[in-house]
Design a protein around this ligand. Structure first.
Ligand SMILES: C=CC1=C(C)c2cc3[nH]c(cc4nc(cc5[nH]c(cc1n2)c(C)c5CCC(=O)O)C(CCC(=O)O)=C4C)c(C)c3C=C
Ligand code: FE2
Length: 530
């Protein structure tokens, strides 16, 4: 990635250097909070605890330990700032307070029009949208990665898989009311975030850019340009970073930025993940604490964190920090609960796998069965990877997993709602945005201290350069053949079938004849994305 071509304006004291990319693991210490689904219009008072912000930026260790205490951070996530900070690193001071500071905002708000771009996945709004939505999803090389030689088949394959999967997906969406609630909830979150920013004296417009359905990221960017935004904070609505979610959206954004005169000159910064923010952790703990009280014996309930899975190779071969961030997130929530004298047993599993390859384990369905076998009687499901209700909470958890749990001997079942527009959460998102403002346009910071600082901020291209440099081609899931009815055999059969499909598709596309043409799947109606 060519940093020069992005023409970032550097505000930081030190010039950019090739070593200025963020560390390989996107384990950034950014703060945030989230609340619940009822996006009301209530006016929210500012209750973020005021922290004692030292004016002595030079003595970083003192500042940081104060913050750690105030946040109640664990030893595990303590900051590794060993060297003293330089006095000229002013933005860091702002980032060290969770109260986010009217004074911080004042100095950055006045000279420019601020925009916040919320990135999300998007979902079909009607049943007719389901197949084209799935096409967009499977056409994304960050979701299905074909070997270089077969890249030209990405769209035909996406068409094939989306058509094949659409009936099952449609059933799911039909059962939750005929479409995904994602757009409505994300719009409401944007509205509440704008209000929260305004209440903190930071007037900013908030935009929603979806990856696979309306309003597409491209549409949001057009609006951002029309509105004359010149300082942009990019905030993916995924607490934990994954190549398949935030990474994919940032990659798209980077390609849009690269090709656009206006955007090349717009200052921006990115908050790549924020699962470790005090506000988010406390909001999750609040929801869990509240839901536990609905059980007959709250202390006997197994807290069951269920995260959306990703293929194992993303983590093991491509360096996706998703699993590590997820585990740390769960630890932080449990530590917060322990501080509240809630010492329940807990577990983490991964749901929603698709396709023939191995995904992150343990799988949610298998874990539920095992817990039933072990005699667990009460289970509280906690969706952990996403902050809105969506098909995988409303259908997969509430219907499929609940049924499985009851069949497996679990007697009492509960589910924590997604955060949605919980006021504490939205306020913390606003704080995260405000804390990032000093970094808008300043991300080519070569300063080691800044890169080690608590905030995982980075410009789009720097983040992606880092993650690209870590990542190799996604490998085959199994490399050795084993005889018998084994996992290996299953995988190789799957691969053989996939190869056959690819060859057939290739023949179809090149000859214009075949069973897909007979079924009307081909010729393709491709241009769903610009
Ligand atoms: C952190 C959240 C998510 C991760 C990680 C993720 C990875 C991932 N997903 C698929 C395949 C599908 N995802 C689908 C929908 C969907 N996925 C997420 C979140 C994550 N996905 C959301 C929020 C949604 C939208 C839900 C809605 O309400 O509309 C779908 C479509 C639904 C279905 O048919 O099941 C698919 C397919 C892969 C392959 C993947 C990682 C590589
Ligand atoms: Fe997904």
């Amino acid at each position: 990635m060519n940093h020069q071509s992005m023409n970032i304006r550097i505000q930081a004291p030190c010039p950019p250097s090739p070593s200025s990319v963020l560390p390989p693991r996107f384990n950034h210490k950014t703060p945030l909070i989230l609340p619940r689904v009822n996006c009301s219009n209530e006016v929210v008072s500012h209750v973020v605890p005021q922290m004692e912000a030292s004016s002595d930026v030079g003595n970083s260790s003192i500042n940081i330990s104060k913050n750690k205490r105030a946040f109640g951070w664990s030893q595990k996530q303590s900051l590794s700032l060993k060297q003293p900070l330089k006095n000229d690193l002013k933005p860091l001071k702002a980032l060290m307070t969770s109260s986010t500071t009217q004074d911080t905002s004042a100095s950055f708000v006045n000279d420019g029009k601020i925009g916040v771009l919320l990135l999300n996945l998007g979902g079909p709004e009607t049943l007719d949208d389901v197949q084209p939505f799935l096409f967009n999803l499977f056409a994304d090389p960050d979701i299905i990665r074909l070997p270089r030689l077969f890249r030209f088949l990405q769209k035909p394959l996406a068409q094939f898989i989306s058509v094949a999967r659409a009936p099952k997906s449609k059933e799911g969406y039909a059962s939750i009311g005929g479409g995904s609630p994602l757009r409505q909830i994300t719009d409401a979150q944007a509205t509440e975030l704008r209000k929260a920013l305004y209440e903190k004296n930071v007037p900013a417009e908030v935009y929603v850019g979806m990856r696979y359905w309306h309003p597409f990221t491209e549409e949001a960017i057009e609006q951002i340009k029309k509105d004359g935004v010149n300082k942009l904070v990019v905030l993916p609505l995924y607490p934990q970073f994954s190549i398949s979610t935030s990474g994919s959206s940032l990659r798209l954004l980077e390609s849009i930025f690269r090709e656009d005169e206006y955007l090349v000159n717009m200052q921006h910064t990115v908050i790549p993940s924020w699962y470790q923010r005090e506000g988010y952790i406390k909001s999750m703990a609040d929801l869990i604490e509240k839901e536990l009280k609905t059980f007959n014996n709250p202390e006997k309930v197994m807290i069951f964190f269920s995260a959306h899975g990703v293929p194992l190779a993303y983590v093991e071969e491509a360096g996706d920090p998703y699993k590590a961030e997820m585990e740390e997130c769960v630890d932080l929530i449990m530590e917060e609960l322990e501080r509240r004298k809630i010492n329940n047993q807990y577990t983490l599993a991964y749901q929603s796998r698709v396709g023939p390859v191995e995904w992150l384990k343990p799988y949610t369905d298998q874990t539920i069965i095992e817990l039933g076998e072990k005699g667990v009687k009460s289970l509280l499901a906690v969706p952990i990877s996403f902050v809105s209700e969506h098909i995988e909470t409303l259908e997969e958890i509430d219907v499929e997993y609940k049924e499985l749990a009851l069949e497996s001997g679990i007697k009492e079942w509960g589910r924590v709602p997604a955060l949605g527009c919980e006021p504490t959460f939205i306020r913390d998102l606003a704080d995260a945005v405000i804390e990032s403002l000093p970094y808008v346009g300043a991300m080519a910071v070569s300063n080691l201290e800044a890169r080690q600082s608590l905030v995982p901020l980075g410009s789009v291209e720097e983040l992606l350069a880092t993650y690209d440099s870590q990542r190799r081609e996604l490998p085959a899931p199994v490399t050795v053949w084993e005889w018998g009815f084994t996992k290996s055999a299953e995988t190789w059969n799957g691969r053989a079938a996939m190869l056959a499909v690819i060859v057939l598709l290739f023949l179809e596309v090149s000859t214009g004849e075949g069973f897909l043409h007979q079924w009307g799947v081909l010729p393709l109606q491709l241009p769903l994305l610009p």
